[in-house]
Design a binder for this molecule. Structure first.
Ligand SMILES: O=C(O)C1=C[C@@H](OP(=O)(O)O)[C@@H](O)[C@H](O)C1
Ligand SMILES: C=C(OP(=O)(O)O)C(=O)O
Length: 443
């Protein structure tokens, strides 16, 4: 499986102002799903604005290994997927290498559970520590022959369904607010006889539901219950991937904490299930203006104007947690630069991401002389003066990028170890950061 990372470091030296207009790369969740649905659809799907990050390329390569012809991404990030229908995948010759991507392995588990061939998936050292029991439990209830290692981590291994066997439809109450688990069960539901449904304990990103509809597959949403009947078809369509709000958040926080300046971030996806970071940063007194709201490819998008602000600590509303789940490392940097204390609770899911993001951020903030107290499901951060030092990203892209922007308010250089995985979600982060005025070097 994937090699250990080769230890790229970032050296971020303080800078006063950020300025300019940028466009961030395509949304990771939408890019993954565009390949998956395109591959399982009948006809040719054209994708524009695809994210050429390692995570989405792992999804693409997995479908190529299962016989799907895919062209691109070209220089404009266009991708063409020649779909073969719900039953057109063929057995991969080797285990699928999923790299660093939790979304790929969990959504693919739902798809592979419905196939008539055996398959196996594993990834890098970070992914191979993440919990897969959360998808294996509902898939086994559906009659899938799927397993992971004894401790519930990858490899995830699926055995072919028998010639006359189909998955059973189930109702599943999600034990945690997870769009990956919800999507996994809905994808398996396409291969089940009858209607499969899930209820979620909190609203999570709804890109799967939106894309099923865009591909002409009926899906019903009633409150927090989503239902899908097996046996329908996906029909190829064109997908415009919006800019990733999770990537944009690093530049929102950069613009807010910088002592001077303003940044405009163009074409950011504004799906209501993803805007928790905007809600939280506005409550912290952040000067963010959402402009030119419009629809593109079935998803709302807008431009965001960000101005230097005096941030205030807040108690984060727990309802915003799943809507901002990937943005907390960057929000913690905003909290470190705010006046007073920011309190987060109900965010235990942060402990099972690419790293334990509560502990990884607390470790780095402590090295930079910011006081914080860690809880099982959250953290208190007391705003203060960020100093300088060497922090470990723990191989987690979002931890690396968050500490890179912390340098805007540091008294000296912030060195960040193990930054290779920034390429999983944001390949041109360093170039864009330097373009707006950060001082970021790599070695
Ligand atoms: O469905 C998705 O595309 C994602 C769901 C979230 O994970 P969980 O479902 O584990 O919360 C998120 O953290 C991840 O980056 C992408
Ligand atoms: C958690 C993340 O991704 P994944 O679960 O797909 O690895 C992320 O990108 O922050």
């Amino acid at each position: 499986m994937s090699q250990e990372s080769t230890s790229l470091s970032f050296i971020a030296t303080p800078a006063n102002a950020v300025n300019g207009e940028i466009t961030v790369p395509g949304d990771k969740s939408v890019s993954h799903r565009s390949i998956m649905f395109g591959a399982l659809a009948e006809g040719t799907t054209h994708i524009s604005g695809f994210l050429p990050g390692q995570d989405c390329l792992a999804t693409m390569n997995s479908f190529k290994a299962m016989g799907i012809e895919i062209e691109g991404p070209d220089a404009e990030q266009n991708v063409t997927v020649y779909g073969k229908g719900l039953h057109g995948l063929t057995a991969p010759e080797k285990p699928l290498d999923i790299g660093n991507s939790g979304t790929s392995i969990r959504l693919l588990s739902g798809i592979l559970a419905g196939q008539r061939f055996n398959a196996s998936m594993a990834g890098d050292s970070s992914l191979n520590k993440r919990p897969m029991g959360r998808v294996i439990t509902p898939l086994k209830q559906m009659g899938a022959n799927i397993d992971a290692a004894v401790d519930g981590t990858p490899p995830v291994v699926t055995q072919a369904l028998g010639q006359d066997q189909q998955l059973n439809a189930i109702h599943y109450d999600l034990p945690m607010a997870s769009a990956q688990v919800k999507s996994c069960v809905l994808l398996a539901g396409m291969y089940a006889s009858g209607t499969t449904s899930v209820t979620e304990p909190g609203i999570t990103r709804d890109h799967t539901e939106r894309m099923l509809t865009a591909f002409g597959y009926p899906v019903t949403v009633e409150g927090n219950k989503i239902s899908i009947e097996g046996g329908h078809k996906l029909k190829a369509c064109d997908i415009q991937v919006p800019g990733d709000i999770s990537s944009a958040t690093f530049f929102m926080v950069a613009g807010l904490i910088a002592k001077e300046g303003q940044i405009t971030i163009k074409n950011v996806g504004m799906n209501p299930t993803r805007i928790g970071a905007i809600n939280i940063l506005k409550q912290m007194n952040g000067d963010l203006t959402v402009m030119n709201e419009r629809m593109a490819g079935g998803e709302p998008v807008a431009d965001i104007l960000v101005k230097s602000s005096n941030l205030q600590g807040i108690d984060i509303d727990e309802r915003d947690v799943p809507l901002a789940i990937d943005e907390f490392p960057a929000i913690f940097i905003a909290a470190a630069c705010a006046t007073g204390t920011t309190r987060l609770r109900g965010a235990e899911e942060l402990r099972v991401k690419e790293s334990d993001r509560i502990q990884a951020m607390a470790d780095g903030l402590t090295i930079l002389d910011i006081n914080c107290t860690v809880y099982d499901d959250g953290i208190d951060i007391i705003g203060g003066q960020i100093t300088s030092g060497t922090v470990d990203s723990q191989d987690d892209h979002r931890i690396a990028m968050s500490f890179a922007i912390s340098s805007l308010r540091a008294t000296g250089a912030v060195t960040i170890l193990d930054c290779d995985n920034v390429a999983t979600s944001f390949p041109n982060f360093v170039a864009l950061a330097n373009q707006v005025g950060l001082s970021l070097n790599q070695e």
